[in-house]
Write a protein that binds this ligand. Sequence first.
Ligand code: NAD
Length: 504
Amino acid sequence: MGNRFQVTDRFADGAQYIGGRLRAGTSGQEHSVIDPATGESVYTYALASTADVDEAVAAAKAAFPGWAGATPGERSDALHRFAAVLAERAEDFARVESLQCGKPLKLTTEFDVPGTVDNAAFFAGAARHLQGQSAAEYSGDHTSYIRREPIGVVGSIAPWNYPLQMAAWKILPAVAAGNTIVLKPAELTPLTSLMFAQAATDAGIPDGVINIVNGAGRTVGEHLVGHPDVVMTSFTGSTPVGKRVAEIATATVKRLHLELGGKAPFVVFDDADLEAAAHGAVAASLINSGQDCTAATRAYVQRPLFDAFVARVAELMETVRIGDPFAPTTDLGPLISHVHRDRVAGFVERARGYATVVTGGEAPGGDLKDGAYYRPTLITGAAQDSEVVQSEIFGPVLVALPFDSDDEGIRLANDTPYGLAASAWSRDVYRANRATREIKAGCVWVNDHIPIISEMPHGGTKASGYGKDMSAYSFEEYTQVKHVMYDNTAVAAKDWHRTIFGDR
Ligand code: NAD
């Protein structure tokens, strides 16, 4: 088990990918990747130092002129080849992602990996679609046009919950637009980001365009964000760390993109299809063991449906099969680590003092006792201002609360600091449409909760941050819009000069 999928052999040269090759970090500190299903170490690597970051940024800077100078068509061709290599290696990616994260293989096989391949194919297309206003004589005396240019070396930081998809979301729009990048994945989950960069090299993307540094957040992460040769930072992670990243990025005047925490509401109006809402709530609260920034965490259910909803969700949660991520029948794997599992359990234990745990609320024992598992958990009776309603738990925990009027449901949905995602459940198009307008979130689903798609943006508002991943919106964020203005008069004393000197 210790060396499943030969990860130790495969990354024997180290866990840093700089200038197109793997090498060891030079911090003198080591970190182990732990299989959260067993608690066993599967790979130990040397963490990056700040000097390694400098080298990675230098490699990205050296690669920038050539990559930025490639035609959109050439970059598009390279990304199409990249998508093909990712698709060929889909099974390998799915297995290693399941190993390092504890995700059920059916999730990595049907969601993480195909989503990543589709993202690569999407950005291969996007590379050829540079959008801007038409060139025209807007002033009368000049021709104005827009150039959309790559901006330089991007420094990005990713979390552990979807390491492969986060690498894809950060790297693909940046390189499609002609930038080069240094990505720092989370220390817990370095492996699939390295494999992603290797696949890019094998697809013919030049050395130095994509670099991966695996190091500690406080040292290597902060050094990357503050690096003078990095022009943009794209960060996905928790809101407290995002605030720190913002401080450093602001001090060095960087373009900044923050994808932070969430506490998504799931609003069920009294005309909703109860069975659909209950199924949706179970799937959307348990996806990736609830370690999903858009996961349904607060179900507000209009009073006539509340009791039936709670009963049905509890019943369905109890059918969810917890187990070995590699077993085909497993629905729910472990959480990312024992430390994180204990943190999730802490929220539930404290909630027992002020709310009711309807189902779950414990770690399974038996064969699963060594893994970081936690049962699907449903809580009712919590006050709106309580910790389980307001704080991001990031585990398989759903809180259900009743509401009376539509106004109240929407008000409660908006009553947290976060604004990443939400859903509204109703068969009344006017009610649902009102909810989509009035709920403050980067995405509002109607009669569903979770699906994402390459063509549509992902990103939040309020304490969930700003900026978009995926879609043409994200591609645009990785470009610099430049206005070019040509004088068409060839006149020395131009009319507008009289505002500075002389008369008409
Ligand atoms: P985290 O904020 O602890 O860490 C995220 C990354 O930041 C890691 O790579 C970490 O090493 C690095 N980091 C830590 N301290 C740093 C510092 N001082 N300077 C620079 N980098 C630093 O988050 P996590 O626990 O890895 O991930 C879970 C969080 O990510 C949750 O809050 C979740 O909601 C959020 N998330 C958001 C989205 C989104 O799209 N909005 C997507 C996925 C996850």
